[in-house]
Design a protein around this ligand. Structure first.
Ligand code: SF4
Length: 238
């Protein structure tokens, strides 16, 4: 059961971000968490932008959800794609699936398909918003509501950091929010098709991402942390 005050807290935070950090934007990968935030933004803080990074390797089900999102909310999601010539050069030199060969090659692919487009997406923003939750993985269990993103030089907000997976699903159901069909097939964290698989009940939520790597390396570099500047802010929620 989702507490009303938890939703109210997210609405309040988004209202304050809209007021104090314009232009701000939600980065969506069309996860259930990002769909919750997109729904709240569309209803309560519509001046906050929304963008996605289309890596070119997303599952068909994610593109299907992008289409359903467009039909439900309108053309609100800005799409950022990798540079075509860089991509062509990389694929020709290393092959289309070089990311399986080593962590380094995997990170190169994530950099080209995600990090460079992210930099463009954030270049004119005063803050960005994510759907990260603490219980998602060992790399996320100490995230704060507001953190300083030193790479992009702007604050990053994580409004759902203390939500459980059940609470996210409760919001999705109560508000009839569209979601990725892969969640009904054992997927709990969805990224690019070749780097994501379904998990078993015993596995960690993000075990299906880059499953051939150890848990400590399972981030694509979008969420680099700088501990000394991370802070849990009450002023942003006031
Ligand atoms: S998740 Fe996989 S396919 Fe997607 S950008 Fe990273 S390495 Fe490349």
């Amino acid at each position: 059961m989702l507490e009303t005050k938890k939703v109210a807290s997210v609405i309040s935070l988004l209202n304050n971000i809209q007021r104090d950090y314009a232009p701000a934007a939600l980065a969506t990968s069309f996860s259930i968490e990002d769909m919750v935030l997109l729904d709240v933004i569309s209803k309560h803080a519509p001046e906050i932008g929304v963008f996605t990074l289309d890596t070119g390797r997303l599952p068909a089900e994610t593109y299907d959800l992008m289409q359903r999102t467009h039909e439900r909310y309108g053309a609100v999601v800005e799409v950022y794609a990798p540079d075509c010539s860089v991509l062509a050069e990389y694929v020709q030199a290393q092959g289309p699936n070089a990311f399986y060969n080593s962590v380094e090659q995997r990170k190169q692919c994530c950099a080209m398909r995600k990090l460079v487009p992210l930099k463009r997406a954030l270049s004119n923003r005063e803050a960005w918003i994510t759907g990260l939750r603490r219980e998602q993985s060992v790399t996320r269990n100490d995230i704060q509501r507001m953190e300083w993103d030193a790479v992009h030089g702007i604050p990053k907000f994580n409004p759902l950091l203390d939500w459980s997976e059940d609470e996210v699903w409760a919001y999705i159901r109560e508000n009839d929010v569209p979601f990725n069909e892969l969640y009904t097939q054992g997927y709990t964290s969805i990224g690019c098709a070749p780097c994501t698989r379904a998990i078993t009940e015993q596995e960690d939520i993000r075990a299906g991402r880059w499953w051939w790597e150890s848990p400590e390396t399972k981030e694509c570099g979008l969420h680099v942390r700088q501990e000394s500047k991370a802070k849990d802010t009450e002023t942003a929620e006031a």
